[in-house]
Design a protein around this ligand. Structure first.
Ligand code: KIV
Length: 259
């Protein structure tokens, strides 16, 4: 088993897991000093490309961004999202997951879904591909992005699917926008770590989209916390640069070459 995955499993009930998304090298290399897991999420579709849905993200796009992220990740576990329609059956999933791992050298892939993807997860795990699961809101297929687990039928289904995924061999699971008590139940029932986004502190770890955390993108979701306003900081720097260029203060002799 990959050493990093072992470490992540060992943290269950001991220490919270820190996870963030990254889409490129420079950000990834900063996050690498702080994270257990760096996820190249297909959220890049909306965050970077303004796509209406992650359905539009292609395998090539994920591979290209992941190659860049790989250059910045030395310590954390690097997980790559398999995009929509790239894992419709076990054979297709294996072919594409192998391609992603070969091209990006990532440590694991993440798949969205429950009962429908059990045979797919089993196939990947049998072929020694580490898989992270994802339940709750499933951005690749859900039409409405509403909190999950309000009604008992839905709660039972999600809990059952989490257990099925664990039995199929996933090493951890993202819980997206799952009701507080249900997150606790799932986290207590599973032996693998749960990683929450909008699913309360009851999860074993947390994940956020880095652009939201640093204020580069505007998230509409209440569960997102902006820790810094990078847009504002970049604005100040660029304004200063513009001023100095216009006033011929930049470049000065220090920033120029002489024979
Ligand atoms: O695509 C993504 O970034 C994700 C995280 C939000 C969990 O799946």
């Amino acid at each position: 088993m990959n050493g990093n995955i072992k470490n992540i499993l060992n943290k269950k009930n001991k220490s919270k897991l820190v996870c963030l998304t990254a889409y490129s090298k420079n950000i990834a290399s900063i996050l690498d000093n702080h994270c257990d897991i760096i996820l190249v999420g297909d959220s890049l579709g909306s965050v970077l490309y303004n796509y209406k849905s992650t359905k539009e993200v292609t395998l090539d796009t994920m591979i290209n961004h992941s190659k860049s992220v790989r250059l910045g990740v030395k310590k954390s576990l690097m997980v790559v999202d398999m995009p929509f329609n790239t894992y419709r059956n076990p054979k297709e999933a294996l072919k594409n997951a192998k391609l992603v791992i070969k091209k990006t050298k990532c440590d694991a892939v993440k798949l969205e879904g429950g009962k429908k993807i059990i045979s797919i997860v089993k196939k990947l795990v049998k072929n020694k591909i580490p898989v992270m699961g994802h339940l709750g809101i499933l951005p690749q297929t859900d039409k409405k992005f509403t909190f999950k687990g309000k009604k008992s039928l839905e709660r039972n289904r999600i809990l059952k699917e989490a257990k099925l995924l664990e039995a199929a061999g996933i090493f951890s699971i993202v819980l997206e926008c799952i009701e507080i008590k249900l997150s606790k139940v799932i986290t207590n029932k599973l032996t693998i770590p749960t990683i929450g986004i909008g699913s309360s502190a009851n999860c074993d770890g947390q994940v956020l989209v880095i652009d939201d955390l640093i204020g580069l993108s505007e998230s509409k979701f209440r569960f997102v916390k902006k820790y810094v306003n990078m847009s504002k900081i970049i604005n100040i720097a660029v304004k200063k640069y513009k001023f100095e260029v216009l006033k011929k203060k930049f470049p000065n002799s220090k920033h120029s070459f002489k024979n």
